[in-house]
Design a protein around this ligand. Sequence first.
Ligand code: F6R
Length: 607
Amino acid sequence: MCGIIGFSGTENAVPKLMQGLSALEYRGYDSAGVAYFENGSLRFVKEKGRLDKLQSKINAVGVFDTTCGIGHTRWATHGAPSDVNSHPHGTENVLIVHNGIIENYAQIKSFLISKGYVFKSDTDTETAAKLIDYHFTEIGEPIEAVRKALNTIEGSYAVAALFSGHEGKIFAFRKDNPLIAAPSLDGSFITSDISAVLKFTNKYYEISEGEIAVADKDGITFVSSEGNIVQKELQTALWSVDKTEKCGFEHFMIKEIHEEPEALVRTLSPLVYEGNIAVGDLKDDDLRQFEKIHIVACGTAYHAGLIGKVAIESLARLNVNVYYASEFRYINPILGENDLVIAISQSGETADTLAALRLAKLKGVRTLAIVNNEGSALAREAYSVFYTKAGPEISVASTKAYHVQLGALYLIALKFAGIKGTLAADEISRLTHALVNDVPDKIRETLDHKSHCEYVAKKYMNVKNMFFIGRGVDRAQCEEAALKVKEISYIHCEAYAAGELKHGTISLIEDGTPVVAIITSMTTADKMISNIEEVKARGARVILFVTEGLSIPSGIANDIIYLSKTEEIFMPFICGTSTQLMAYYMSLNLGHDVDKPRNLAKSVTVE
Ligand code: F6R
């Protein structure tokens, strides 16, 4: 979703802002803008559409000589994408860029209208900007003006602001939205996402809630809510800039699929040593007491949770419920004192997942976050953290992050199997060895044969609808495979439990309807074959993803993708990579914007 970049230094700020905005593009946006000082006055340029349009407008305006500015990529919430609704917003005295939502914008707006303010946009941000302006006009000092405004503002925000009379300074503050301050050799950055500044620096300070950071060419100062200067520890980002570049691949998505084996090894191997497994920072005594697990997550992370349920229940015989995080608060979940809530998120900033975690905490239940983004809100707020080490995931469609989430869940399942005594120690160590060694090798093998996935993708890419069927863990895999195809190819897909089809949905199968069938589980293979026969009898064209070596009748499918064989329980890694490849090649050959599918944002920070 929205992104913020700010720079104040000794060099021209605009090229740095534009590079920062370009690094933020992956988050999803519909418009962009910059604000800056020019000869002591505040100026802005903003434009609906992609960054090249903003750059043309900047060139036309002729912005060359400014060393301090802020920039923004907007993903519309309040008000349609348009030039006027783009950020920055404000007045000739105050300009702000904002991520998040001002919940009481309507009350603030009526108050300001009564004071003579006029509004140009439909955004909630403009009300915050003008409230700050109102107090700034009254007080004449930015920090106090912001404090006064924040007393009124309700909602979530990360804001970077420029004030007239304070040339060269950026004021930044946040609540429930990420924002960091990053010093570099030639100035100071403010950003909502470390990826935006990795070209210039990997050092950063966290801005705590309640603080106001003031960045200028000489450094960054933090002022507490009591008005005291706060000393902070400089952090080092673990992500490097090559992880935010395509490195010769045509898209981030295909690059990130190729990073899956390496990401898995990086995530899992440090946690497995001398026959022991570590689960994030959870101690064995903590784990022993848990009787039930509740997984909360959204989208692809939710699908990882569905597979995690199968793994934990079958290996450790521990009961697992999986919830859409967006539903968790509305179903009055039954949570016991010996329960563990696991929140899974790549970004660690997904509003629904955060809200679900907060509810669990409110109910006094222990929480574990499986999260990829270090220092994110979910990681900060959970009782324990299991960091996945996928590195930055730039493509909107999640691929390698899904694989490391699966890796984390399998490791948790094996750990619980040891704690609960449901598997013998040598079996746990055999499976752990396969997870850390054989699975990455088999993913590499899958990548070596990607051309067959491309062939199948091209053959079916022009269809309007597809069905995905499977049983047990394969059904959960169908959900994720269908989501991947839907989100980047815009083909309507329906994932279905194969046995359920004949209870209604089979009426949608007609001559030529493509049905993807997944068989990685021996126990359901025979039943799946009958289900495939049922759809074939209604004219379906069948694309079968099946573990190599598994016996299937000849002529059962129109196209077969054989999945490199590893331990049956780990087949979702291999099938996951294959179905991601099929989705990628469909989108690519259809000519879609693979990494930035329409309407989607990378990190969904609104509920
Ligand atoms: C789909 C996708 C989304 C995310 C979901 C949760 O490819 O990426 O469905 O999985 O928005 O995001 P995180 O994991 O950041 O909480």
